[in-house]
Design a protein around this ligand. Structure first.
Ligand SMILES: *Cc1c(COP(=O)(O)O)cnc(C)c1O
Length: 475
């Protein structure tokens, strides 16, 4: 039954693929994946591909990982799903505690001594020691984790008796998902412009995109001019702004744009100074992608809300969380009649199978010292990127940890981009696919984001194939 010809016909007849021009799809050969193993995926014809984008940034410990499979199977023999509305379940409860602990170890506690690596912005408020982010709200994908954060932030101010906080501040080139609220705070014009008439009002600050800075002419000594622009907006409009939302360190879908060191810390300080909430969307950066458990850890930043999804289950099942502080949570407590309840929830919220997978995923991080073994692989990746950056049509090859993007340009000296309709990124990816490496580009940016567990030899192979593909296509 699992035959290429027949399945391809069915796919083309019945399936509408995401972010895909289906007219092209209908003309091209469809690769149909039948199985996976470690960093490889295999199609129905038996051809193997290195999974160079971790099945769209979700896979951490590899495909068909025994420990995660076992955890899901064992949960399956108990119960697959029950509602969180009016009930709780075993894995969702255990996972919430576990996440709060993991986040505390990464981002620090309330009341840590100033200057210590775990010193958060909450220091000095007289609280006793304890985690800064304490309350876990479940949903089932990154976009809804963001929707939850936006609605929670908005309602938080109402509960504080503050009205008029009807807007958000977000960044150009930001991406927070595809639901309408997430698109409203998004800043990737190609995806988002068409929906303009449907969106709510959002202030946009410049993207920390040093390679193509639109704030200053020369980035030497820019003194964070992009942050000053953000400050101008906050100074003028802070009393309309419920929260600032950013992707910490890497604007991923916007083109793997890596913020300069200190930028995130600067955003945190501005939010504190102007008294607006900070939402950290770590849907892409979370769970080790940047080399540490969470991107915020690199700059000792504690957000008011942390959105996590993608890697949370190791890439096995859909699950997301929005984690927030007691300060936010407590404002939602009140008599039933006060209507302070957070009226939000999804059918599959806190799904036990997904939570069991997430617990197994966190166990593996500890048992296999995933982040410790990642460090030398990040060096190999960076060495490969340095080599690729010398190619005549590579404008910028950038990374933070295991998130990398190679920006192709028509003219290296002037940074003139290839016209987007030439689909250079797609052509490179297509070439690499023929050589057994699957990657998916973002416009002119070739994305390199393998599972954290990838072996060193496979990583080098992947870099070679991508390098060759870039040379061929841009020759
Ligand atoms: C992927 C992504 C989302 C959306 O997650 P989905 O699960 O695709 O809805 C949100 N924010 C960031 C930073 C992402 O990378």
């Amino acid at each position: 039954m699992e035959e290429q010809g027949q399945l391809e016909e069915l796919d083309k007849k019945y399936v509408w693929h995401p972010f895909t021009q289906m007219k092209d799809w209908e003309r091209e050969k469809t690769v149909i994946i039948a199985s996976g193993d470690g960093s490889y995926i295999e199609d129905v014809e038996g051809k193997r591909y290195l999974d160079g984008v971790s099945s769209l940034w979700v896979n951490i410990h590899g495909h068909r990982k025994k420990e995660i499979n076992d955890a899901i199977k064992s949960q399956l023999d108990r119960i697959s799903h029950c509602t969180m509305l009016g009930l709780s379940n075993v894995p969702a409860t255990l996972l919430a505690e576990r996440l709060v602990g993991v986040i505390e170890r990464s981002l620090g506690s309330v009341g840590s001594p100033p200057g210590s690596p775990s010193f958060g912005q909450k220091q000095g408020l007289g609280q006793t020691m304890g985690p800064a982010l304490t309350k876990v709200f479940y949903s089932d994908n990154g976009s809804t984790a963001v929707e939850v954060a936006l609605k929670m932030a908005f309602q938080y101010w109402l509960h504080k008796g503050v009205t008029g906080r009807n807007c958000f501040l977000s960044l150009n080139n930001g991406y927070h998902g595809d639901t309408i609220g997430a698109v409203s705070v998004g800043g990737v014009d190609m995806f988002h412009d068409v929906f303009g008439p449907l969106l709510f009002k959002t202030y946009k600050a410049p993207s920390p995109y040093c390679y193509r800075c639109d704030v200053v002419n020369s980035s030497d000594d820019c003194n964070f001019a992009c942050l000053r622009k953000m400050e101008d907006i906050l100074a003028a409009h802070h009393d309309e702004i419920a929260a600032v939302i950013v992707e910490p360190l890497v604007q991923a879908a916007g083109g793997m744009i890596v913020a300069p060191p200190g930028y995130l810390r600067g955003v945190r300080d501005l939010c504190t100074n102007y008294n607006v909430l900070l939402i950290a969307d770590e849907v892409a950066t979370g769970f080790g992608r940047t080399g540490l458990m969470f991107a915020c850890e690199h700059e000792s930043v504690v957000p008011d809300m942390l959105c996590l999804s993608k890697g949370i289950t190791g890439g096995y099942l859909p699950l997301a969380v929005t984690v927030t502080t007691d300060e936010v949570y407590n404002t939602f407590l009140g008599d039933f009649r006060e209507l302070k309840t957070f009226f939000h929830g999804h059918s599959y919220t806190g799904n036990p199978l997904a939570c069991a997978a997430a617990l197994a995923c966190l166990d593996i991080f500890e048992n296999e010292k995933t982040l410790q073994y990642l460090a030398p692989k990040i060096e190999i990746l960076e060495e490969g990127l340095r080599n690729i950056s010398t190619f005549p049509h590579v404008g910028d090859a950038r990374n933070r940890g295991f998130m990398a993007g190679v920006e192709l340009v028509r003219d290296k000296a002037s940074k003139e981009p290839y016209p987007w309709a030439e689909r250079m990124g797609w052509r490179v990816a297509n070439h690499a696919k023929g050589k057994g490496v699957f990657v998916r580009p973002l416009g002119n940016v070739v994305v390199i984001m393998p599972p954290l567990v990838i072996g060193e030899a496979d990583l080098r192979l992947m870099l070679d194939v991508i390098g060759e593909a870039i040379k061929k296509v841009s020759a």
